[in-house]
Each structure stands twice: as structure tokens, then as C-alpha cells.
Ligand binder design. Structure first.
Ligand SMILES: Cc1ncc(COP(=O)(O)O)c(C=O)c1O
Length: 400
């Protein structure tokens, strides 16, 4: 019996989740596994988040709610955009969903006609292409080289735009590369888009606060105010406040687009859980020192990995500017053999060998639409990260 339609059959389950499950299964067999596959902060959210959630339960804020979110959370988000990004949005220009992931889903569901193209600079987050495809669109991956800082240039963007282009996506800081677009880079890309008035821009800014080096974050919305009426800024509390499981993402954009997203939400999940909304309000309105402390922690971890990888010349690696991943070039290993004689012909084979023989779990570059790399999450303890670098060095040394 075939249960799936063509759309469902055409997409894959989240590869990073699948790898995390494989690592878990090996650990359950008693293997010593360092699992650096999932992108999730490994510490608790600020204390006031849990307290606000408990208060919401006590107060009985557990009914169906508005699809756009409570007025309280939209005010907190408006305040956040003003505070962090110098952007002024009205409450009817803001919405929330069950994670940034659902915002993306709603946005494509509401806007794509079958075959519409979505330009996705790659390497890119594992879910973008499948979310586009599930909603009838055609992901157009544009490979951005490490020499170009893994960023799309105005010339390349200009060449990729067609009469079918509906959206262009940006993700800065990027998962998996950590690349950050500067204000000038965004402005040059925005200049290209001025001549394509039907193209929308989706800027995924979920790693805004995880800044690891000297380069600052700038919102696409702040850099390109002229494109405001066709820009959707996506963000959320998952990464900034270690609230991945609370499932609260948010977006700001033109009123017509936001109300369309609300319509999608009202006919799918209705609303975000009221308790989670109260928790997110506490995170957004509360003391923000957590955010800087978390970034400092990730910066330290990035330094550990950068130092560790510098000792392995076969691996290509540039320290990330943001987010919490190490995206490591393994192309020099492809074509080599393990001591057992197995050929490492893809990055997936490298990642598989690394997990099976050295107990280190990573995500192959193929999952990010960019073969030739593996991604390690650096949201792990100093010991795990040092151990990961040792295991990588041993893996490379073992090849014949
Ligand atoms: C680039 C990017 N966007 C969005 C998300 C999803 O975030 P949320 O937990 O808010 O759904 C992730 C999660 O890994 C991500 O890496």
C-alpha cells in the first residue's frame, strides 16, 4: 500500500534528526558517542522563562488563542525589533507560529503557486528545500563557495532570478557556515532586487544573537528599508534563549502577508500554546544578559574547535562568524580508503565512518545542499569538543 502522495514522497525526513537518532541508538548499545549532530543549545533557558510559564498555567492561560499570538507577545516582539534592529513594526505586521520552521511553512503555503522558484543560497539549512517543495515550489540552490565566504554575490543573484522567482532567502548568521552578511553586502543584493518587484525576501535571522567574531549582525530589514513591503523577517526564541522545545517563532512583514500567514495558521494549528507564549514574552522582555553570556560561551567553544582543527591540515575550515556550527571541508578525504578497504566516496561516507569507527556524530554536507563538507554542532561541552577534534584527527590519520 502506498500511503504517500507525490509531494510527501519527494521529501526526506530531517537528516540531522535521523543522524541524532542513529547516534542515540549506538549510545544505547553502550558505545562511547560524542553527538554533535543537532543544533540546539545545551543549557537551560533563563529562570524567569520557566517562572512565567508556571504563572501562565496557574492563571489558566490555556485556551485557544489568536492565530497571530497574544497582544502581549506581539508587543514584546515589536519592542525587540525596535531595541535590536532599529525597526518599527505595528502589531498587525507581526505574527507568531510554532517555531520559525512553521513561519517558513506558512509563508510558502500562502504564497507559492506550483513551480514558483525560491532562490536558496547554499550551503543552507537542511529544511529549506523540503519546506519549499512541500508547498509546491521549486528550490533553486545557488552554490556559494568558501572563497566567497559562503555568501551569494549580486552578480550571481542577478543571474539566478527568473520570471518564476517568487522568493529569495537569506540566512545570516548561517546554519551551517556561520557566514554573516554585512550591511553593504545586503544593500548590494537589495539593489539587484529593486528591479524585480514581484520577488519577496525571506530573511531568517534566528541566529542573530550568536555572534562569534568581530563582524556584527545586521538585519536585512534594517539594511534594505526600501524593500520593506516585500520582506519577511523570521526569528524566534529557540536559539537566542535556549528555548528550542517551547516552539515559538515569530515574523515581521507587510500587513497583507502577515494576515495571510495568520489565515494559514488559523486553519492548521489554530494558535501557539498560551503557556509557551507567556514563556517567550518573559524571554523577550526580561533581562537580556543571558543572550550575551550564551554568545560568549559559544565564542569560547568556537575557539576550541578552531584551535583543534588547525592541527589537521587535511581538513578545510574557516572559523565561523556566527551561529554555533563548524562547517568542515572534507573533500581531501574523499577518494581515500579506510583500513578495512572501504572507499570514502562521499561526505556521507566520511560522516558514517566517523560515527561507526570513532564515535563522533556529524551531519554530512549533502544535507545542506553542499557536498564535500561535514557539520559539527559546537553546542556541546569543552570536553566533548576537544574529544571531537581528537577523534577527527584519528579518523584522518587512519586513512590509507
Ligand atoms: C536556519 C534555521 N532556521 C530555522 C530554524 C528553526 O527554528 P525553530 O526552532 O524556531 O523552528 C533552525 C533550527 O535549527 C535553523 O537552523
Amino acid at each position: 500500500m502506498n500511503y504517500e502522495n507525490r509531494k510527501a514522497a519527494g521529501i526526506k525526513a530531517s537528516p540531522s534528526m535521523a543522524i541524532a537518532m542513529a547516534a542515540k541508538a549506538l549510545r544505547a548499545q553502550g558505545r562511547d558517542i560524542i553527538d554533535l549532530s543537532l543544533g540546539e543549545p545545551d543549557f537551560e533557558p533563563p529562570q524567569h522563562v520557566g517562572e512565567a510559564a508556571s504563572a501562565a498555567v496557574r492563571e489558566g492561560r490555556i485556551r485557544y488563542g489568536a492565530s497571530a499570538g497574544t497582544e502581549e507577545i506581539r508587543k514584546a516582539i515589536a519592542e525587540k525589533f525596535k531595541r535590536d534592529n532599529n525597526l518599527i513594526y505595528g502589531l498587525d505586521e507581526i505574527t507568531i507560529a510554532n517555531g520559525a520552521k512553521q513561519i517558513l511553512f506558512d509563508a510558502f503555503l500562502a504564497t507559492l503557486e506550483p513551480g514558483d522558484e525560491v532562490i536558496i543560497p547554499a550551503p543552507c539549512w537542511v529544511s529549506y528545500g523540503d519546506i519549499v517543495a512541500l508547498n509546491g515550489g521549486k528550490p533553486i540552490y545557488i552554490q556559494c563557495s568558501s572563497e566567497a565566504g559562503f555568501k551569494i554575490t549580486p552578480e550571481i543573484l542577478s543571474g539566478a532570478l527568473t520570471s518564476r522567482t517568487r522568493w529569495v532567502m537569506f540566512n545570516s548568521p548561517s546554519n551551517p557556515t556561520g557566514a554573516i552578511y554585512s550591511r553593504e553586502e545586503y544593500q548590494a543584493l537589495g539593489d539587484v532586487l529593486v528591479d524585480h518587484p514581484n520577488v519577496l525576501v525571506l530573511s531568517d535571522e534566528i541566529y542573530e544573537h550568536i555572534i562569534l567574531g568581530a563582524q556584527p549582525f545586521v538585519s536585512f530589514g534594517e539594511a534594505c528599508p526600501g524593500l520593506r513591503d516585500r520582506t519577511l523577517i523570521v526569528n524566534g526564541v529557540s536559539k537566542a534563549y535556549a528555548m528550542t522545545g517551547w516552539r515559538v517563532g515569530y515574523a515581521a512583514g507587510p500587513k497583507g502577508l502577515i494576515s495571510s500567514l495568520n489565515k494559514m495558521q488559523s486553519q492548521s494549528v489554530t494558535s501557539v500554546c498560551g503557556v509557551a507564549q507567556a514563556a517567550a514574552v518573559a524571554a523577550l522582555n526580561g533581562d537580556q544578559s543571558f543572550v550575551d553570556a550564551a554568545a560568549a560561551k559559544f565564542k569560547h567553544r568556537s575557539q576550541i574547535v578552531t584551535k583543534g582543527l588547525a592541527n589537521i591540515p587535511e581538513l578545510e575550515f574557516v572559523a565561523p562568524a556566527g551561529a554555533f556550527y563548524a562547517f568542515i571541508g572534507v573533500s581531501k578525504l574523499i577518494g581515500r580508503r579506510t583500513p578495512a578497504g572501504d572507499l570514502l566516496n562521499t561526505d556521507s561516507a566520511v560522516a558514517g565512518y566517523l560515527l561507526e569507527s570513532f564515535g563522533l556524530s556529524s551531519v554530512p554536507g549533502e544535507a545542506f545542499a553542499s557536498p564535500g563538507f561535514i557539520r559539527l554542532s559546537i553546542a556541546a561541552s569543552d570536553e566533548e569538543l576537544t574529544g571531537a577534534c581528537d577523534r577527527l584527527a584519528k579518523m584522518v590519520a587512519s586513512l590509507v
